[in-house]
Ligand binder design. Structure first.
Ligand SMILES: [Fe+2]
Length: 191
C-alpha cells in the first residue's frame, strides 16, 4: 500500500464498555428519544399524550455511539437503552427501522433487562426473540426491528451493523408491526 493510502486509513481505537451496567464510557453521539418522539407508534395515543403532559415528556430511549465512517467495510456499533414502562397497557418500545441498505444484518447482545426484539419483513412476516442478559439476537437482512421492554429496569443492548447500512424509519412508520406486546392481568401478551 502507498503511504498516501495509509494516511487515509482509520486508526485503530478502543471504547470502554461496562458490561455490568450496560454503559458506554465517553460516547461521542448520544441520541435521545422522548415520549413526544413516539407519537403515532402506540395503540393508545391518548395514554401517550397523557404521559407527555403529566410527566413532562419523559425520556423514552437513548443510543450511545462512537461513530465510524459510514462505509461498507466498517462496523457501526452502539449501546441502546430503553426505559421501562407502558403506554396504556402496551410496553415501551423503540420506533423500529429497516436499514437504508435493507440487505444488511445486525447483531444485538442484551446486557441488562428483559424484553423482546420484534422483527418483520416488508412482505408481512413477523418474528420476536426474547431478550435477557447474555442473549444474542441476530436480525437477518431485510427485517425491520424494534426492541420492547417488558421488565422493570432499562433494557440495554449492544448492537453491531454494517457501517453504511443507515436507518430507514419511514417505511415501518407507514407499515407498522403486525403485533404489539401488552401487559394484561399481570401477563405479557403478544397480539
Ligand atoms: Fe438496525
Amino acid at each position: 500500500m502507498k503511504p498516501e493510502e495509509i494516511n487515509n486509513l482509520l486508526m485503530p481505537f478502543s471504547v470502554e464498555l461496562n458490561l455490568e451496567t450496560g454503559e458506554m464510557l465517553n460516547p461521542k453521539n448520544h441520541i435521545v428519544r422522548k415520549a413526544s418522539d413516539m407519537k403515532g407508534y402506540y395503540a393508545d395515543s391518548d395514554a401517550l399524550n397523557n404521559l407527555i403532559e403529566k410527566k413532562n415528556d419523559p425520556l423514552h430511549y437513548e443510543v450511545f455511539e462512537v461513530p465510524v465512517p459510514a462505509e461498507s467495510g466498517q462496523l457501526m456499533y452502539c449501546i441502546s437503552k430503553l426505559q421501562p414502562g407502558k403506554i396504556g397497557d402496551e410496553f415501551f418500545m423503540t420506533k423500529g427501522h429497516y436499514h437504508s441498505i435493507a440487505e444488511t444484518a445486525e447483531l444485538y447482545i442484551c446486557l441488562r433487562g428483559k424484553g423482546y426484539m420484534a422483527m418483520k419483513t416488508s412482505a408481512g412476516k413477523w418474528n420476536a426473540q426474547k431478550m435477557t442478559r447474555g442473549k444474542m439476537v441476530y436480525v437477518p437482512p431485510c427485517w425491520a426491528h424494534r426492541s420492547i421492554n417488558t421488565g422493570k429496569e432499562p433494557l440495554i443492548s449492544f448492537c453491531v451493523y454494517r457501517g453504511d447500512a443507515g436507518h430507514n424509519y419511514g417505511d415501518i412508520e407507514q407499515e407498522g408491526f403486525p403485533k404489539r406486546i401488552f401487559e394484561r392481568g399481570g401477563k405479557v401478551v403478544i397480539e
